[in-house]
Design a protein around this ligand. Structure first.
Ligand code: G3P
Length: 218
């Protein structure tokens, strides 16, 4: 399973990269706004900086909601770097745009996925990645991980090549359960990735090893 970090914050991206386990980055308009990145030139420059930092797939989202606008923005994004994956929302125009990008060898990430039906449409259009939003489904008292498992089963049965990118990850347990359910990729806040490190028995065990070593060597 690939690990992407879900942020536009360069420091956090650098920290995830330093761990040596990072395969890519995802962003969205909210994450860009959180970093105060505004204006087309600044947005494109920020994506370029991310591409220079990480050698992996970088999802950059279109803002346009109409087909022509998505194509224009997506082409500009794809020109930044070969690792850019154009992120397109699951709408009627979005599906048309994904098909157009697929036919023009531009890779895509179909975002805002909340149902298996949407996942089938995105795969049919040739999306490279599919982003079901686990946390937001859980917020509604449904089961985001169950959706990942359902899509994984459908994609296996049908032989779809689209990679399942579990998004809206909120906890380290989401990462573990997404892996169990068959996600190809998880995109997570840095805090959830670092949360995987934690176990009190690891801390207790290490303290004991160091204490025993000190005692034996003093
Ligand atoms: O990858 C999608 C993600 O950024 C959304 O996360 O926590 O806003 O639902 P969240």
């Amino acid at each position: 399973m690939k690990f992407f970090v879900d942020t536009a914050n360069l420091e956090q991206i650098r920290e995830a990269q330093d761990l040596g386990i990072l395969d890519g980055v995802t962003t969205n308009p909210s994450l860009m706004a959180k970093e105060g990145i505004t204006g087309e030139a600044n947005v494109l420059a920020h994506y370029k900086a991310i591409c220079e930092l990480v050698d992996g797939d970088i999802s950059a989202e279109v803002i346009a909601t109409d087909f022509e606008g998505m194509i224009k923005e997506g082409q500009a994004l794809a020109e930044i770097h070969e690792n850019i994956v154009v992120k397109v929302p699951m709408t009627k125009d979005g599906v048309k745009a994904i098909r157009w990008f697929t036919d023009h060898d531009i890779r895509t990430n179909c975002t805002l996925i909340f149902s298996a039906g949407q996942a089938i449409l995105a795969a049919k259009a040739g999306a490279t990645y599919l982003s079901p939003f686990i946390g937001r489904i859980d917020d509604m008292n449904w089961d985001g991980i169950e959706l990942i498992a359902q899509i994984a089963e459908i994609y296996t049965i049908q032989g779809y090549q689209t990679e399942i990118l579990a998004a809206s990850i909120r906890t380290p347990l989401h990462i573990v359960r997404a892996a169990e359910a068959g996600a190809d990729v998880v995109t997570c806040p840095l805090s959830s990735i670092l949360g995987l490190l934690k176990h009190p028995l690891t801390d207790i065990g290490l303290a004991q090893f160091l204490a025993d070593h000190k005692k034996a060597n003093s």
